[in-house]
Every structure is written in structure tokens, then in C-alpha cells.
Write a protein that binds this ligand. Structure first.
Ligand code: PMT
Length: 405
């Protein structure tokens, strides 16, 4: 696995005697090339000093929502977005209850509520607390929401009793985590994603562009990385922090995006064109700022290169996925583009107030030769994960058809 593919693991430590084992867990994660940020609850700090975790993780430990120094460095929302996964170890009975009810009265619980990344918990508590129907109900409900529960193990407990409730050994937690990371459906594939708008300069201060924020494209890149792919992201100008990818190429215009894609596309297995590329650019870019004229002015525009169609026309083309943004006749236009541009798949979105450009949510109608599906309105990251699942399925299907020819 590529070094940078281990990603960013936020380790949450809650109050319990097992907190000392998390120090070893952090050490192991770092040795396996995870970037680690530790967040401790107030009661966890009574068992182990934050300084221990700071020394092992190489980062200042965060302990409070009101920690001004920390908030100045990375706010709690940013911290939640920073993480590729959250691992709470040990997770106390109290914390599981909090997580299940959605309480946000400390930094760690708040982060878990904000985060959209996978969440893992390794419970540790007295055996009676673990067996209590309230704890069991919390665990079941968390599992139904997709939270992964690691353990607990059985054995002698710190209180002297014997039974289930011991936190799993750090090595076991690490191997469960890594087994899952390696089992991503795009493990071993190379994925290139384009994202954001392009800007076509008119003069040194003006340009033609569109409303794309980059949110959808960045979510697609992140979801591909979570699925195990080595990701190259070619992005137009946005204000967003890009997800952690193997290669990030920043461009401004459609021409630059075309050059960058063509330069790096060789050897890519999958190409996903999420960018809203300007279709036209001014024929001339004025050297100086254009001065006001009394009445109307003429701006001559020329077509930009079609990046998606160019990739799909390559001899060894990757599995090619286009996007289509439409205000009407979504299915008809999307199907036409699928055929005209020789694509393997197209994800079409209606441009509206609640979905499409700029906003947080989106919905997609996805078409491929011989099939289609609807991915309902949800956050762009959730949607991107479902799209990537579908891309992985169709990519696999195409490869097995080609292999049996
Ligand atoms: O960035 P967000 O604010 O989150 O918004 C997301 C989005 C609405 C921009 C995104 O979901 C989306 O629909 N992207 C494609 C928008 C678009 O330009 O669609 P189109 O129908 O004009 O283009 C069709 C396809 O051709 C797209 O895959 C586009 O990347 C590609 N294209 C278009 C023109 C061009 N010169 N080169 C291209 O590669």
C-alpha cells in the first residue's frame, strides 16, 4: 500500500483504565504510517497525561471544545473533516450512550457528530456495564448506523471480575482497522478525478467561470481514496481544503486542465470528470485591463478542448465516467452524452436550489450501457461513496467481460 494511503486517523480516548493501552495503539499507528491526532475526554486525562499522547503522536493533543489554542490551529469542524477515520479506544459505556443519543457536550462527542468519515469504537468497561441492556441497545443501534464495534475481549478485568469488557489489544485493533482499509473495492487501482470550475481569462482582472464549488469533485476523490485507490486530483480554483490524495494538480483554465489530465492520465484505471469545465474561452486574453466603453462590447469566444471526450478517445482509455449538469431533460441529455462521448458511465445531476452546484447535497441519476440507477439526495460525500461503489462494480464487470473474450 502506498505510504500516504494510510491516511489520517483521529484517535479518541475516553476515561477508563484501558486508556494506557491506547498509548501503545498510537505508537503502532504511527509506525504503520498513519497521521494521528489524539482527542481526549476530560476523564481520560485523569488516567493518562496528554503529554504521553503528544510525544507519541507528534501532535498537540486536543481535550476541550473551549481550547482556544487548539481552536485557533484547527476548529472542531475542520478537525472532523481532517480525519479519514475516527477510532475511539477505549470507548466507555458513557461515551457509547452519548454517541447513540447524539449528545455533543465535549470535543470528542461533537467531532463524532460532525464527522462523515467511518467511525470505529473499541469498548472497555466492567462486564456488568457491558451486559446491561442499555449498553447492548446502544451498541446495536450504533452498529445499525454503520459504526464498527471492535471487541470487547473477555478476561480478567481491572476491577478483579472476569468476563467481557476488556479493550482489545492494540495489535488486534490495528489489524482489524488495516484489514478493512485493505479490503476497499478499489484497492490497487489508480483513479484520476477532475473537480471544481475553470476560469477563462478575459483580461488580467476578469474571467468567465461558473458556480462549481469543487465540493462534489473533492468528495469523489475522497471516496475513491477511502475505497483504497491511489488518487490523482486535478482541480480548478476553489476555496476548499483538498482531500489527502497521492497527487494534487492545481489548474486555472480549461486549457490547463486539459494539459494536466493528458500529462498524467497514462496508467490510470479510472477517470472521473466531475469538473465543470468552461465550454468557451475568450479568443484573446487582453494584456491590459479593458477600459469601459460607452455602449456594448463584443467578446469573441472559442470552444475549449473537451477533456472527457479526449480521455475516452485514448487507445488505452481508462474506465471513463462523465458528469452531466442539466436544468431539464436530464435522462435524455445524459444518455446522449454517454454515447456521443464514448463513456463507460455518466452521473447526471439536476441543477437546483437544493442540489447541484455550490450546495452541500446532491442527487444523481447514473447511466451506463445497459443499466441505470438513482442515487437519492444526500450529502455530497455520502453520495460520492455510493457512486464509487457503483463505479467499482461496473469497472470490475467490464474487466471480467474483457478477460473472458
Ligand atoms: O462543484 P460543486 O459545487 O459541488 O458542483 C458539482 C457539479 C454540479 C459541478 C458536478 O456534480 C457536475 O455536474 N459536474 C459536471 C458539470 C458539467 O460541466 O457538466 P457538462 O454537462 O457541461 O459536461 C459534461 C462532462 O464533460 C463533465 O464530466 C465535464 O467534466 C466534461 N467536460 C465538459 C467540457 C469540457 N470542455 N471538458 C470536459 O471534460
Amino acid at each position: 500500500m502506498n505510504r500516504s494511503c494510510r491516511g489520517r486517523t483521529l484517535v479518541g480516548v475516553t476515561g477508563g483504565i484501558a486508556a494506557y493501552k491506547s498509548a501503545e495503539l498510537v505508537r503502532l499507528l504511527r509506525r504503520r504510517d498513519h497521521e494521528v491526532q489524539v482527542v481526549m475526554t476530560e476523564s481520560a486525562t485523569r488516567f493518562v497525561s496528554p503529554l504521553t499522547f503528544q510525544a507519541l503522536s507528534g501532535r498537540t493533543v486536543r481535550t476541550s471544545l473551549w481550547d482556544e489554542a487548539g481552536e485557533a490551529a484547527m476548529g472542531h469542524i475542520e478537525l472532523a473533516r481532517w480525519a479519514d477515520r475516527i477510532l475511539v479506544a477505549p470507548a466507555s459505556a458513557d461515551f457509547l450512550a452519548k454517541l447513540n443519543t447524539g449528545l455533543a457536550d465535549d470535543l470528542l462527542a461533537t467531532l463524532c457528530l460532525v464527522a462523515e468519515c467511518p467511525l470505529w469504537v473499541a469498548p472497555a468497561m466492567n462486564r456488568s456495564m457491558w451486559r446491561h441492556p442499555a449498553t447492548q441497545a446502544n451498541v446495536k443501534s450504533l452498529q445499525l448506523r454503520g459504526v464498527k464495534i471492535l471487541g470487547p475481549a473477555e478476561g480478567e478485568q481491572a476491577c478483579g471480575e472476569t468476563g467481557p469488557g476488556r479493550m482489545l489489544a492494540p495489535e488486534e485493533i490495528l489489524s482489524s482497522l488495516e484489514a478493512e482499509l485493505q479490503a476497499g473495492p478499489l484497492q490497487g487501482t489508480r483513479v484520476m478525478v477532475t473537480a471544481g470550475p475553470t476560469r477563462e481569462a478575459i483580461d488580467p482582472v476578469r474571467y468567465i467561470s461558473n458556480r462549481s464549488s469543487g465540493k462534489m469533485g473533492y468528495a469523489v476523490a475522497q471516496a475513491a481514496r477511502e475505497a483504497g485507490a491511489v488518487v490523482t486530483l486535478v482541480t480548478g480554483p476553489t476555496v476548499l481544503t483538498p482531500p489527502q490524495v497521492t497527487k494534487l494538480v492545481r489548474v486555472e483554465s480549461a486549457g490547463e486542465m486539459y494539459e494536466a489530465v493528458m500529462k498524467w492520465v497514462e496508467g490510470q484505471d479510472i477517470f472521473i470528470a466531475t469538473a465543470a469545465v468552461a465550454d468557451y474561452a475568450p479568443v484573446e486574453k487582453e494584456k491590459n485591463k479593458i477600459k469601459k466603453k460607452p455602449e456594448t462590447i463584443q467578446l469573441e469566444l472559442t470552444r475549449t478542448p473537451d477533456i472527457l471526450a479526449s480521455v475516452a478517445a485514448l487507445e488505452n482509455k481508462p474506465f471513463t465516467v462523465g458528469f452531466a449538469a442539466e436544468t431539464r431533460s436530464l435522462a435524455q441529455y445524459a444518455r446522449e452524452k454517454l454515447v456521443r462521448k464514448n463513456l463507460d458511465m455518466i452521473a447526471a445531476n439536476i441543477v437546483g436550489e437544493k442540489q447541484g452546484f455550490e450546495v452541500e447535497d446532491n442527487a444523481l441519476d447514473v447511466f451506463w450501457p445497459g443499466g441505470e440507477t438513482h442515487l437519492s439526495l444526500s450529502s455530497k460525500l455520502t453520495l460520492a461513496r455510493r457512486l464509487i461503489g457503483l463505479v467499482a462494480e461496473r469497472y470490475e464487470a467490464r474487466n471480467s467481460t474483457e478477460n473472458t473474450r
